[in-house]
Write a protein that binds this ligand. Structure first.
Ligand code: ARG
Length: 487
């Protein structure tokens, strides 16, 4: 195909080198923007008609053609041609085939620069909703496990050393809230993404009187009252107004929303990875706290006895590429001169990869959690009375000893038990009283894990009462999201 047939072919005489064409084409990956691209063009045709640039009949013809192309994509009938450089040129080429020369009017005042920025924002908004939905499923799985294990006591760790007893419900919910923050972060990212760059042209703005706020509203970008235009230009009071970008140079070169979404994905990846790491450790024979369902484990080709936590290892491993994709886009952006540069085409593959990675990882991890078998006896066996050394100190505090001194005395008791080769709860009353006269027979009552857990009863603590309240809040948080998603 000669360059003269291309959208930009007018000034060219020579042909594009074959490898250069492969290097330049983005249709191989940006074809995924087809729905966003057609939605953007439908709204833009309408805006052109409203501005009097094309007639209502022409707009209707364009819309009919665009809908036909939409159907071809939706039904898998769209055929990419060798000359199609990217999704934008492919749709325009097909539009001309369907409606004839009037197709050439659609791009009036528009550039692929404001077009691709618009498409990508529309695409990201859909992807954000899907990711939030998948996060909700995972949160639901964690919450269901929490609800069945309010009284299941396990060792809590700091530095991966046994620290204090907690409940398994409390552990599950600790991840629930991480993912709740991810959902919120995505909301925040969506708010900035839902801003229309359309009408910015190549870099300097559109020369035709396009009502950008009306166009933005048609695209579904909600208006933010404080940012609406305040000038005197006549605007129809019946037309809804949406959020638009404020500077055409910035509009076509801004990919902050891609970087932000990739950060959200990377953060989710880090959360998944930490959850996975815990469960990998907890599922070892040495711990035995949990057992993965066969549906989420795999075996070894050599060692017949093996059952590996591959789902979790992959979830942990994928965090690497999620972080990598964010880094790739930030590095691509950092040296760009104002405004559009072709480097920006490199935003899409990392973005798609992160979204695809999570679209698979989130439901797999949710499934693994939902089907996880919890072994409360093994958790109990992992408890050591020394984990109640803090409770011993608190016992002394309740007898009026200042905490610093109480901490020291409890430490002396731990050392004494160690030197005698007995467990902390096996010290004799005489041993305790040798450490401090404040110790009484009732020290024996401290050695009760369930009671230790119950005593941490502040909001956000591990006591069954506090965890019950936490569960109610978590449930409300999920219900609110489900309601918001269905409106
Ligand atoms: N495929 C391009 C991209 O992803 C579309 C914009 C092309 N613009 C241009 N001036 N060549 O960024």
């Amino acid at each position: 195909m000669t360059n003269s047939g291309k959208l930009w072919g007018g000034r060219f005489k020579g042909e594009t080198d074959a490898l250069m064409k492969r290097f330049n084409d983005s249709i191989g990956f940006d074809i995924r923007l087809w729905d966003a691209d057609i939605r953007g063009s439908l709204a833009y045709a309408e805006a052109l008609a409203r501005a009097g640039v094309i007639t209502a009949d022409e707009a209707a013809t364009l819309a009919r053609g665009l809908r036909a192309i939409h159907a071809e994509f939706a039904e898998g009938r769209f055929e990419v041609r060798p000359g199609d450089e990217d999704i934008h040129t492919a749709v325009e080429r097909r539009l001309k085939e369907i409606v004839g020369d009037v197709a050439g009017k659609l791009h009036t005042g528009r550039s692929r620069n404001d077009q691709v920025a618009t498409d990508l924002r529309l695409f990201c908004l859909g992807a954000i909703r899907d990711t939030q939905q998948a996060l909700g499923e995972l949160q639901g799985a964690l919450l269901a496990q929490a609800e069945s294990h309010i009284h299941t006591v396990m060792p809590g760790y700091t530095h991966l050393q046994r620290a204090q007893p907690v409940t398994f419900a409390h552990w599950c919910l600790s991840y629930f809230w991480q993912f709740a923050r991810d959902v919120e972060r995505l909301d925040d990212c969506a708010r900035r993404t839902a801003t229309s760059p359309l009408g910015s042209g190549a870099l300097a703005g559109n020369p035709f009187p396009i009502d950008r706020e009306a166009l933005a509203a048609d695209l579904g970008f909600a208006a933010r009252e404080d940012e609406l235009a305040t000038d005197e230009r006549p605007r129809s009071p019946t037309i809804r107004r949406g959020a638009i970008t404020q500077n055409s140079l910035d509009a076509v070169s801004d990919r902050d929303f891609v970087a932000e979404l990739l950060f959200c994905c990377a953060m989710i990846g880090v959360h998944l990875s930490r959850l996975a790491e815990d469960l990998i450790v907890y599922s070892t024979a040495e711990f035995g706290f949990v057992t993965f369902d066969d549906a989420y484990a795999t075996g070894s080709s050599l060692m017949p006895q093996k059952k590996n936590a591959d789902a979790m290892e992959l979830a942990r491993g994928k965090a690497g590429r999620l972080i990598g994709n964010l880094t790739a886009v930030l590095a691509m952006l950092k040296g760009l001169p104002m405004s559009y540069n072709k480097d920006l085409q490199e935003d899409k593959e990392p973005l798609f990869d992160s979204l695809d990675t999570l679209a698979l990882a989130l439901p797999v991890v949710a499934g693994a959690i939902r089907t996880l078998k919890v072994n409360p006896e093994r958790m109990r066996a992992g408890l050591d009375p020394a984990m109640l050394a803090t409770d011993v100190a608190e016992y002394l505090v309740r007898k009026g000893v200042p905490f610093r001194e109480a901490h020291h005395l409890s430490g002396r008791a731990v050392a004494l038990a160690e030197s005698k080769g007995v467990r902390l709860d096996e010290l004799e009353i005489t041993d305790w009283q040798a450490v401090s006269p404040h110790f009484d027979e009732d020290i024996a009552r401290v050695f009760d894990f369930a009671q230790s857990v119950a005593s941490r009863d502040v909001d956000g603590g591990t006591s069954p009462r506090a965890v019950g309240e936490q569960i109610r809040r978590a449930r409300r948080c999920l219900d609110r999201r489900a309601q918001a998603a269905s409106c």
